[in-house]
Design a protein around this ligand. Structure first.
Ligand code: F6P
Length: 548
């Protein structure tokens, strides 16, 4: 047994989950007219209705008791206080300091980091003003029209997601592009549409050693220099975002064109730092500040609200309820607003790279499940693709339904249909359709006898499928900031209960190491023998194609 599974609070939570696994939610709503109100919470520009979950007061109480027994509150204080809670890397975890007010004090090793955070933000804002106004010129004196962010993982997903989500706030004179994969097809398909003289590249890499990013950055630079006819053009068309000034310099980017951040910013938590430069360029400094203010509001809510009225804590504990108490292996993120189409991908990294762990901070192996598989797509597309499984399949899939009420670019005709579907799905998943209802429906259609009986089991919906409904007042910078921070803190709370380090990512290393060996073998001619038979054979097979 680990320190977690030995806890009476853990055993109690499991017992409560066992009791509520087959709750009849329809009956629970009928018996308690106040259920929706009691299990709803509004804060930071959003309403969370979590009443369509398999919960009751005693079940929830067991979850809050578990959070207390696992020291979530003390760990939250350690996180926000700048303690080195990323123990395996000896680092503080301070994305919250990136959005702290100018007057705040957040210390790392006895030093207040807030002034340097704001110094970089101010430089970013000044740079963005120049690019947005056309004052920053390309090498031939023309203004920038296209910005290409070259980065991967946290150096891509957050900025890409936020720029898409906030398109209604974007500069009309700037087109944003994101290149992440080392599949050269992506870079080529972006560059073929661009004029080098009006293109700005942001090379975004915390470490500035990431192979995919540096390979793309070198190719982009060669493309620019070939077109401009001079290396001097690089200074007008390349900026870097990194913690590694030495490597930026070695790459040939003037440090005057570098925006720095710090090792206490995790890649997947970095969009608030200089990694957010594409967002700031696109939506402008004021809207970027609003994005940060929204996150700060959620930070305050997370820090101050009692656990029982705390949005990230509630979302986190409900996740644990299904993963550990009811055997769910995945979590669907179902945003209905099209601009949120990259949110599931963003949350995949945030959650899976953070809590995809099987060893506890104390070094013991987890004897319980941790982070779920996060997946998703805009929900309305999902309805016409995989929702069949959600309604009638054998898997239990908890779902976060997310929609913004305000949607100025979508005509009322469209938006009403969108919201009707959004609301209908959570109702359908909760209430289902029982045999008696199916029989009555079929009979009403004139079907009877054997034909009716044969159809009944196929048309039954079990219901009791759990959902959270998150209604955003609007999809604006502040609410998006709150939404992102909500999930950051949710992931934190789950990691704290599970006792894992949510802030390292050793699991990405082995593949990178092996790729270096295989790359050399693909380029070489010697027989490949050092791997297993499958890998040896596949390398030689692929090598033949590469050499053709
Ligand atoms: O390989 C995983 C990872 O290290 C992520 O954690 C990170 O966000 C991404 O690669 C990119 O890293 P970098 O910003 O250092 O290029």
């Amino acid at each position: 047994m680990t320190a977690l599974t030995a806890l009476p609070a853990w055993q109690d939570m499991l017992a409560q989950a066992g009791r509520l696994k087959s709750i009849d939610l329809r009956a629970a709503f009928a018996a308690d007219p106040a259920r929706a109100e009691r299990y709803s919470l509004a804060a930071c520009g959003m309403l969370l209705d979590y009443s369509k979950n398999r919960i009751d007061d005693a079940g929830l109480a067991s979850l809050f008791a578990l959070a207390r027994a696992t020291g979530v509150e003390a760990r939250r204080a350690a996180l926000l206080g700048g303690e080195k809670i990323n123990a395996t890397e000896g680092r503080a975890v301070l994305h919250t300091a990136l959005r702290a007010e100018r007057s705040a004090v957040v210390e790392v090793d006895g030093e207040n980091v807030v002034p340097e955070v704001h110094a970089v933000l101010d430089r970013m804002a000044a740079f963005a003003d120049g690019v947005r106004s056309g004052g920053w010129k390309g090498h031939d004196g023309r203004a920038i029209t296209d910005v290409v962010n070259i980065g991967i993982g946290g150096s891509d997903l957050g900025p890409f997601m936020a720029c898409e989500a906030l398109r209604d706030y974007g500069a009309s004179n700037l087109r944003m592009h994101f290149v992440s994969t080392v599949d050269g097809w992506q870079l080529a398909s972006v560059l073929e549409r661009l004029d080098p003289a009006t293109t700005l590249f942001i090379v975004a890499s915390k470490t500035f050693t990431t192979q995919e990013t540096l390979t793309n950055a070198r190719a982009a630079r060669a493309w620019l220099v070939a077109a401009a006819g001079s290396e001097a053009a690089v200074a007008r068309h390349f900026v870097a975002v990194s913690t590694n000034a030495e490597a930026v310099s070695a790459f040939g980017i003037d440090l005057a064109n570098m925006f720095g951040f710090w090792n206490w910013v995790g890649g997947r938590y970095s969009l608030w730092s200089a990694i957010g430069l594409p967002i700031l360029l696109y939506i402008g400094p004021d809207h970027f500040r609003a994005l940060q203010a929204g996150a700060r509001a959620m930070d305050r809510h997370f820090a101050e609200a009692p656990l029982e009225r705390n949005l990230p804590v509630i979302l986190a504990l409900l996740g644990i309820w299904y993963i550990n108490g009811m055997g769910a292996a995945t979590q669907l993120i179902s945003p209905y607003n099209q601009p949120l189409h990259r949110l599931p991908a963003y949350l995949q990294q945030l959650d899976m790279e953070s809590n995809g762990k099987s060893v506890r901070l104390d070094g013991a192996r987890c004897d319980y499940h941790t982070g779920p598989v996060i997946w998703g797509e805009p929900g309305i597309n999902g309805q016409h693709a995989y929702y069949q499984l959600l309604h009638q399949g054998t898997e239990l899939v908890p779902i976060d339904f997310i929609a913004a009420l305000g949607n100025p670019r979508s005509p009322a005709e469209h938006h009403t249909i969108l919201l009707a579907n959004f609301l209908a799905q959570t109702e359908a998943l909760m209430r289902g359709k029982n045999e008696a209802e199916v029989r009555a429906e079929l009979a009403g259609q004139g079907i009877k006898g054997e034909a009716l009986e044969a159809l009944v089991p196929h048309k039954v919906f079990d219901g009791n499928r759990p959902t959270n409904t998150l209604l955003l007042d609007a999809l604006d910078p502040a609410t998006l900031g709150s939404l992102i921070a909500l999930y950051e803190h949710k992931v934190f709370v789950q990691g704290a209960v599970w006792g894992v380090n949510s802030y390292d990512q050793w699991g990405v290393e082995l593949g990178k190491q092996l790729a270096r060996t295989i790359e050399a073998e693909l380029r070489g001619d010697a027989p490949v023998t050092r791997h297993d038979a499958s890998t040896n054979r596949l390398i030689e097979y692929a090598r033949k194609a590469l050499k053709r």
